[in-house]
Design a protein around this ligand. Structure first.
Ligand SMILES: Cc1cc2nc3c(=O)[nH]c(=O)nc-3n(C[C@H](O)[C@H](O)[C@H](O)COP(=O)(O)OP(=O)(O)OC[C@H]3O[C@@H](n4cnc5c(N)ncnc54)[C@H](O)[C@@H]3O)c2cc1C
Length: 290
């Protein structure tokens, strides 16, 4: 289908954005990498009056480390996340997720801010930021506010963004030597959105699980934090019994809708399989028989 008619304006400062939003109200739509937005325009799922191109705004760029927090600008492209030395060292889960997202052409343009704002329930980065216990930094003409990632995603393609706000950055607490994270998924073909996936972060104290965060994707309206499974792991040695307990607890955590990939029971089965796969990565090879 053809795009609807729309205006275009390039903002080079946040001030430009606030001015254009004040002028055009809800008719103004932010354009970042365009990898989702342009498709929604073609399908007439969105008919904005004007696209406000934010890609030249310096304040939304950059990756910086300060006081134990990695601040990742909203315009950081997926490909940059996969190549950045600070991300590799302090938030390696994000780098590990990148090859699972679509294809190189999309990763070269798509941004972390666009991915979080669109909030596709099968997308990798929303689940990663929830697993990492990150904070989403929102900016508007009135200033900044910070929302924990797990409260940012509010439903199907829905977020805590209010009219007039944009995502400025994501703040990720840096990994400690005891932090172990992994992302695993099942997709029909390489580069497809996941049928089901899991971003998992554990803090291991010796062989014991000090803290656990398991964020599933593709099995709900958005990232699903599996709190019962997390509780089943915490305080226990990460052995076969603990993993089985976490898998069993998922029955109370997940209520997946059926979708084009299959029925709810198939999603529940995949979630249990992915839990075992992710947690097995954190166990020393010598204990794998236990
Ligand atoms: C064929 C294809 C396959 C894909 N496969 C995957 C996949 O496997 N996994 C995956 O995670 N993603 C996938 N994607 C989506 C891709 O990752 C997108 O790049 C991403 O979801 C949107 O980022 P963007 O920068 O392109 O945003 P845009 O398309 O420019 O914008 C998306 C939405 O977010 C809003 N927005 C953008 N930036 C901000 C901001 N800073 N603050 C507030 N609102 C903002 C826009 O107004 C728009 O509503 C796929 C896309 C395509 C086309």
């Amino acid at each position: 289908m053809k795009w609807p008619a729309f205006g275009y304006a390039r903002a080079t400062t946040l001030g430009d954005v606030w001015r254009l939003q004040a002028e055009h109200g809800e008719g103004a739509k932010l354009l970042a990498g365009g990898q989702t937005l342009l498709a929604t325009l073609a399908y007439r799922l969105s008919e904005p009056g004007i696209l406000v191109d934010i890609t030249r705004i310096e304040a939304l760029r950059g990756i910086a480390l300060s006081d134990g927090v990695l601040r990742i600008g909203a315009l950081t492209r997926h490909a940059e996340l996969g190549q950045d030395a600070l991300v590799a060292r302090h938030a390696p889960l994000l780098a590990e997720a990148v090859p699972l997202i679509a294809h190189p052409a999309i990763r070269n343009r798509g941004t972390i801010g666009g991915s979080l704002a669109y909030a596709d329930p099968a997308a990798e980065l929303p689940a990663c930021v929830v697993a990492l216990g990150a904070t989403v930094v929102l900016a508007s003409a009135g200033g900044e506010r910070r929302v924990p990632a797990e409260a940012f995603f509010t439903g199907l393609l829905a977020t805590a963004l209010r009219p007039g706000e944009l995502i400025a950055a994501v703040e990720v607490p840096v990994a400690t030597p005891a932090t172990r994270c992994a992302i695993v998924e099942v997709a029909r073909r390489t580069g497809d959105y996941a049928m089901a996936g899991l971003a998992a972060c554990l803090v291991l104290d010796g062989g014991r699980v000090g803290a656990a965060r398991l964020a599933f994707f593709g099995v709900g309206d958005g990232p699903v934090l599996a709190r019962l499974a997390m509780a089943a792991l915490e305080g226990r040695a990460l052995d076969a019994g603990a993993i089985a307990a976490a898998q069993a607890a998922l029955a109370g955590d997940l209520d997946p809708p059926g979708d084009l990939h299959g029925p709810p029971e198939m999603k529940r089965h995949l979630a249990r399989v992915l839990t075992a796969r992710a947690l097995a990565r954190f166990r020393p090879a010598s204990e794998m028989a236990a």
